[in-house]
Design a protein around this ligand. Sequence first.
Ligand SMILES: [Zn+2]
Length: 151
Amino acid sequence: MTGNQSVTVDFDPQILLERAREARERAYAPYSNYRVGAALLGRSGRIYTGCNVENAVYPLCTCAERTAVVKAVSEGEREFVALAVVTENGGTPCGACRQTLREFAEDLIILIGDAAGHYRQTTLSQLLPESFSAADLPLAPLEPSRLAGHP
Ligand SMILES: [Zn+2]
């Protein structure tokens, strides 16, 4: 897929949010007690879930969203349609996760849900405007999306 093409993939927001809620149950967050679950829908239709995994050495904590991205890419998926993230209070993805997602999807749909079952929809480009990407590098490698299917 090239940059200007847009492919619409139908998906059920409630299914993605439910998978994120399930992942949130597995969060390992003994320090912050801020439990986060994420569910990332790949263009293949497969859903990759993640939860936050904290560590006594705080900088080693990993966010739910990045857990999901790493799982997906390590299993061969690099193009994504939507991400659901669920927290207690509807918190949004942190800056590090926004940039990590940007590596693979410029305009990802993002569903932000809370523990009460409410959610709102936004996009990665709204959360991370004027983002930096591989295209900004003078010796840019192929865009990751062009490498999809060619690990
Ligand atoms: Zn994060």
